[in-house]
Structures are given as structure tokens and as C-alpha cells.
Ligand binder design. Structure first.
Ligand SMILES: [Cu+2]
Length: 194
């Protein structure tokens, strides 16, 4: 699995990880923020593939344990063009972005894809807006989005086998059960890295 982004993040990430495996004593990320307590990195990823509503959408999400939680890094391209809200029509973008319950990215219905991924992953039974898998919305820059953020709501081991979903519409972080984020543009199963 290789993926090169504009800033070589993935290369740095991968090299550090491989060095650690070959030579655990010499573990050192340049940024100490990325070191967890036991000096054992724990990494997962999801390869994002757009469905029938956004066939060009693709990219990766990476998850790694950091002290007290996990760091999430996402990079995708091929997001649809922003369209402002009009009458009853919701805006296209920024895009709702969540962990869903089932790691099943079967497309299913072409006009309402990725229903097999189920609802939001919500292990501690919170209202939407405070689900463990509620993420910041993704902002498109001519189709490209990149973001990284910290969450204390899970460790990498907790999310293996779930799915990442990118939605057509923004998340309002209050409508139940899913923030009124609309149809599902893309899906990716969360897997253990290597
Ligand atoms: Cu969602």
C-alpha cells in the first residue's frame, strides 16, 4: 500500500513505522507528539473510494495512537464542486465525515449508496454531535481536502473493522441520528496498517 501526498507525509509516516518494526530500540519520530507511552505505534487506515454519486473521489484516512487518544489524518481528491443551499436544497459541501458501524462498503442502491455501512458508530450511546465517530466536516479546495485532528474518543484498536463515510452535505451536529448530512459519497473500511 503506497500513497504519496504533496508533502511526503505518508513517506515519513511509513518510514518511521518500518524502522520501528525492524529496530524497536531506535524508535524516534521527529515530533515527540507522535510517540505513545509504550513506544509501540498502532496505526490503521481506510482507503476511500467514491461511489456512484462521486466516482472520482478517492484518498486515505490514517489513524494513529497518540497520548490520550488518536490522531486522524485525511487526504482525498475528487470531491464534488461546492453548491450553495437553494430553497429546501441543502448545500453540497462542506462534507459530513464520520465513522459508521459496519466495515462494509458495498455500494447497494445507486441513488442512495453505501447503506451497508450502517449508522454512526456510537459506542457510548451519545446524541449525534457527540458520537465517538463524529468528525469535523471536510472542506473542498477545488475537490481536494486535507485535514488532521486529535480525538480522545477512541484508540486505534477500537475502530478496526468500522467504516469511514464522506457525505454530500454538511453535518449540522444536531439533527438526529446523523446530522442531516445527506447521501453517502464515499466509503472506506478501516483496517489495521500492515
Ligand atoms: Cu455519516
Amino acid at each position: 500500500m503506497t500513497y504519496q501526498n504533496h508533502y511526503g507525509y505518508q513517506n515519513q509516516f511509513q518510514n518511521s513505522f518500518q524502522n520501528t518494526q525492524q529496530n524497536p530500540q531506535q524508535y524516534s519520530f521527529q515530533n515527540p507528539y507522535y510517540t505513545n507511552q509504550r513506544n509501540v505505534p498502532s496505526i490503521a487506515y481506510a482507503q476511500i473510494q467514491g461511489g456512484p454519486l462521486a466516482p472520482d473521489l478517492q484518498g486515505y484516512v490514517f489513524f494513529r495512537n497518540v497520548p490520550n487518544g488518536a490522531e486522524v489524518y485525511v487526504e482525498v481528491k475528487g470531491l464534488p464542486e461546492y453548491k450553495p443551499a437553494k430553497g429546501n436544497k441543502k448545500p453540497i459541501g462542506p462534507h459530513g465525515f464520520h465513522i459508521h458501524e459496519n466495515g462494509d462498503c458495498k455500494v447497494g442502491k445507486k441513488d442512495d449508496p453505501f447503506q451497508a455501512a450502517g449508522g454512526h458508530w456510537n459506542p457510548d450511546n451519545q446524541p449525534h454531535g457527540n458520537h465517538a465517530g463524529d468528525f469535523p466536516v471536510l472542506f473542498s479546495n477545488n475537490g481536494y481536502a486535507r485535514m488532521s485532528f486529535f480525538t480522545n474518543r477512541f484508540r486505534v484498536k477500537d475502530i478496526i473493522g468500522k467504516a469511514i463515510i464522506i457525505h454530500q452535505n454538511p453535518d449540522d451536529y444536531r439533527s438526529q441520528p446523523a446530522g442531516d448530512a445527506g447521501k453517502r459519497l464515499a466509503c472506506g473500511e478501516i483496517k489495521k496498517y500492515q
